[in-house]
Design a protein around this ligand. Structure first.
Ligand code: IMP
Ligand code: MG
Length: 180
């Protein structure tokens, strides 16, 4: 448990997330309507709930794979160095690929992952992020589809953690530190 006490203020309700995920899935389905197979690549661990909800709304033949990249350590500080902790199980060369990310913050993670996957020669490569904090961007990158743009707040829930806590919240909330 993080040592500084904090509370979580709801920012995006579970209902709003569900509605937005449905709309994103419609756009993604339309974009890839002619695909033989879409490889949906979830970035662990923050995207696991988002990808679970998203793929169930996609009206496509979908393959699910996961990749783990690290940019944050155990706390709230971002690092520029992106390391691949777990690579994909399958190949993406020649296939249609959708990278699914929880949050685009500085942009280093998505930038690195997109470059890595592009080097493997996918047919089409697009990305979808649930959340985007454009004011924090340090690398010029945008996901093809974004769920919600949010201000520079540290958020948790719906798969997203603070030092591995709060991933299981059904909504997105912002962390507010309280005086001890
Ligand atoms: P980036 O490389 O700076 O864009 O960082 C992206 C990653 O940092 C996301 O996939 C998250 O895992 C993590 N991250 C960024 N902002 C937050 C936040 O507000 N709460 C929790 N994790 C975050
Ligand atoms: Mg992440």
């Amino acid at each position: 448990m993080p040592e500084t006490p904090y509370v979580i203020d709801e920012m995006i309700s579970a209902k709003s997330i569900a509605a937005r995920v449905e709309a994103l899935a419609r756009e993604i389905t339309a974009h890839f309507h002619d695909t033989d197979k879409l490889v949906v690549v979830g970035l662990l661990r923050g995207s696991f709930i988002f990808i679970a909800d998203l793929v169930r709304e996609l009206d496509l033949h979908v393959e699910v794979d996961f990749l783990e990249a690290s940019s944050y350590g155990s706390g709230m500080e971002s690092t520029r160095e992106v390391r691949i902790l777990k690579d994909l199980s399958g190949a993406v060369g020649g296939h249609d690929v959708l990278v699914v990310e929880d949050i685009v913050d500085t942009g280093f993670t998505l930038h690195h992952v997109i470059n890595l996957l592009r080097s493997r020669g996918p047919r089409r490569l697009e990305s979808c992020a649930l959340l985007d904090k454009p004011s924090r961007r340090e690398v010029d990158i945008r996901a093809t589809w974004t769920g919600f743009e949010i201000p520079d707040e540290f958020v948790v829930g719906y798969g997203i953690d603070y030092a591995q806590y709060n991933r299981n919240l059904p909504h997105i909330g912002k962390v507010r530190f309280t005086d001890p």
